[in-house]
Design a protein around this ligand. Structure first.
Ligand code: GTP
Ligand code: MG
Length: 420
């Protein structure tokens, strides 16, 4: 079974906790704080694996977690960082956040590696909270916890050329003579059940071409194999519309042409607006194919390239035309995407701890950042600092945790009394 769409759950590692510990040695009565920091959690990356061509591996395995950071230890021992996790995907996989539907990564290039979830930061051990006035802090910070996310994986083939047409018109046969690919070819409809990729060698150059299952009238409403596979030619630069000009199955080739175009349009405007070339196949079955080609070209207003995939007639010319056309077209570009925005989240992060003396201690990245930007000894600056604490809900959270007016709150090097 060809799996080109699925979902998985991913989670970066949580940060390890910082610990509370005091130096102990014989004959030394009061050693200083020596609780170490927790290690950072491992991050989650997506990377392209080149011999992978479907998302089959993720049909059954669903949960992927990077390792958590280890807790700190005594004697300033820092916990080990969690190991990163690399999730391998086929080239062309587009990754969306399930919650927002936003694209968070596009594995467009063959060596793409993208950081998708950053590991949680390790908490600080009590040794880090020692200051000139606070010699023996009895608190430490727990590691940052990070959320699990559900992401949707969608494989969208990246190719220069996409072949479309009715079943049995000879798309796969064309692929087999244009490239060294060996797709299944047979005289019945829907021989091709999943996309085939081949590489057209053209002198020193090469072009990637994709062959997809045939379309029929009503495909956009699910007839035949439906339009699911059109996703795989949404990212081509040029569509080659293959027609059985001989009408060997009794259909009118011009009707076929119109019907396929209609299905493309129903699928997406983007597909319908892609540059298109018409290739008339099975010319070997016709008495006067030149006249038929001329008529067809007049009706469609397009240049029609006659070939016979069976006898390889016209294949060289088809390659020339494809090459010439591609030269005029801009290169493909990855989808625009925006990674998850963790920075904001981690900057807002704080935690309220209790010191042994009953006072409240606020720590976390919100505080680190604020303290970095504010001179706490300056009155105005401090007033601003308090306002930010209020705006960010820290003051409210303090009351919620049982703090009362008059209680001592410790933030970095300063202590103040809680007042409304
Ligand atoms: N006479 C003749 N037969 C051809 C030609 N090209 C393909 N065929 C035959 O047409 C039949 C269908 O060919 P395929 O290449 O499997 O067609 P397809 O368009 O890929 O079909 P689906 O995968 O079912 O959509 C096979 O029996 C081929 O041998 C041609 O140029 N001339
Ligand atoms: Mg086929």
């Amino acid at each position: 079974m060809f799996i080109d769409r699925t979902n998985i759950f991913i989670k970066a590692g949580d940060g390890g906790d910082g610990i509370v510990s005091f130096h102990r040695e014989k004959y030394i009565a009061f050693g200083g704080p020596d609780g170490g920091d927790g290690g950072n959690g491992g991050s989650v990356y997506f990377a392209v694996k080149n011999d992978m061509s479907s998302l089959m591996d993720y049909k059954l395995s669903k949960h992927f977690r990077a390792e958590n950071g280890k807790n700190g230890g005594p004697d300033f021992c820092r916990g080990k960082n969690g190991k990163d996790l690399i999730i391998y995907l086929p080239q062309g996989t587009v990754i969306k956040d399930k919650e927002t539907g936003r694209i968070i990564a596009d594995m467009f290039h063959k060596d793409d590696k993208v950081l998708v979830l950053k590991g949680g930061l390790g908490g600080k051990g009590n040794a880090r909270f020692k200051t000139a006035v606070r010699k023996a802090p009895h608190f430490s910070q727990s590691g940052e916890k990070v959320k699990e996310r559900e992401v949707l994986l969608e494989l969208k083939t990246i190719a220069d050329v996409g072949l479309v047409g009715f079943p049995n018109v000879g798309k796969s046969t064309l692929l087999s003579v244009l490239t060294n690919a060996k797709p299944k070819i047979a005289n019945y409809h829907f021989t091709t059940l999943s996309p085939n990729i081949g590489i057209i060698k053209y002198y020193d150059d090469s072009m990637v071409i994709a062959d997809i299952p045939g379309l029929i009238e009503g495909a956009s409403q699910g007839a035949g194999l439906g339009t699911d596979f059109l996703r795989h030619i949404e990212r081509v630069r040029l569509i080659v519309h293959v027609i059985d000009l001989s009408g060997s199955e009794g259909r009118n080739p011009y009707d076929d042409y119109l019907k396929i175009n209609e299905e493309l349009k129903n699928y997406s405007e983007k597909l319908a607006s892609l540059p298109m070339m018409v290739c008339a196949n099975k010319c070997d079955l016709m008495e006067d194919f030149e006249k038929a080609v001329k008529d067809f070209s007049e009706k469609t207003g397009k240049e029609v390239i006659p070939v016979s995939a069976a006898t390889v007639k016209g294949i060289k010319e088809l390659k020339d035309e494809i090459y010439k056309e591609l030269k005029k077209l801009p290169p493909l570009a990855p989808e625009e995407f925006e990674p998850f925005s963790y920075e904001d989240e981690s900057e807002e992060y704080y935690e309220i701890l209790r010191d042994d003396d009953g006072s409240f201690v606020v720590v976390g990245s919100l505080i680190d950042k604020l303290a970095r930007n504010i001179v706490l000894s300056d009155y105005e600056s401090f007033a601003h600092f308090q306002k930010v604490l209020k705006d960010k809900g820290v003051i409210k959270a303090l009351y919620k945790q049982g703090a009362k007016n008059g209680d001592t709150v410790k933030i970095e090097d300063i202590e103040f009394e809680l007042v409304d």
